[in-house]
Design a protein around this ligand. Structure first.
Ligand SMILES: [Zn+2]
Length: 243
């Protein structure tokens, strides 16, 4: 049997997920479905009744979600042909003047150049492929973030054992007990003052391996605009991680 629910003016399918080991019932709203999850041995009917019982909450959440999705969609359309670098959308300039085996992206003089061969079938035209885009970001991030860590190490005297630029799915950065600082390449999409905050935050973990008051005091000493950076991250993380 297929379950559906009526939410305001739309019908959404209900996806049921059952897991051994899960004790409670949980509802998540995906863009095109309501997902309810619960224990493996519970009859499906009960999961569906739980969804029905939570309809008021779901309707309210769905309204807010639709607004957010609309806003993200509008931004995407508005910024077509541009990519986000250091907090600003920069236009991608196509370049077909040189013969090239593989499409490439480069960044110079605050412009992004997209070089491709329009005569080749296998070159996706006009917009770079997502895989090309993410490797472009990673190269740029490795170069710039490593440089910024060096700059902050000089200022603070806090020197990491190693810096690694990684593809974490949810975290901006971390610091290991061995003194390795890992930074998310997506920091290159944020304004420089925001990536600076993450760098200072992780460097301070070399001294305080926790989030104690002493740790925050040290962060605030080197980075007084701490509250502003935290607020920016709260407001923009979801969007940047979805790009
Ligand atoms: Zn931390």
């Amino acid at each position: 049997m297929k379950y559906q629910v009526q939410i305001n003016h739309e019908q959404l399918p209900v996806t049921i997920v059952q897991r051994r080991g899960q004790k409670n019932l949980r509802i998540r709203l995906k863009p095109h479905a309501v997902v309810v999850s619960g224990p493996a041995n519970l009859p499906k009917k009960e999961l569906f009744s739980f969804v029905e019982a939570q309809m008021d909450w779901i309707k309210k959440r769905r309204g807010r979600q639709l607004e957010r999705l609309k806003e993200m969609d509008r931004k995407k359309r508005e910024n077509q042909g541009k990519i986000l670098i250091r907090g600003t959308y920069v236009r991608i300039i196509p370049d077909t003047s040189v013969w090239i085996r593989k499409p490439s992206l480069s960044f110079s003089e605050n412009k992004v150049w997209y070089t491709y061969n329009p005569d080749r079938e296998d070159h996706q035209k006009e917009t770079p492929e997502p895989s090309l885009l993410s490797s472009f970001y990673q190269t740029l991030a490795t170069k710039e973030l490593t440089e910024h860590v060096r700059k902050w190490s000089e200022i603070t005297g806090l020197i990491p054992g190693r810096v690694s630029i990684r593809n974490q799915k949810t975290k901006w950065g971390s610091c290991s007990s061995k003194g390795t600082i890992s930074l998310n390449w997506r920091l290159i999409l944020c304004p420089v003052e925001i990536s600076d905050y993450i760098i200072v935050h992780e460097l301070c973990h070399l001294k305080h391996f926790n989030h104690s008051p002493d740790f925050w005091k040290m962060v605030a000493e080197w980075y007084p605009e701490l509250q502003h950076a935290k607020k920016w991250l709260r407001l923009h993380s979801e969007e940047i991680f979805s790009l």
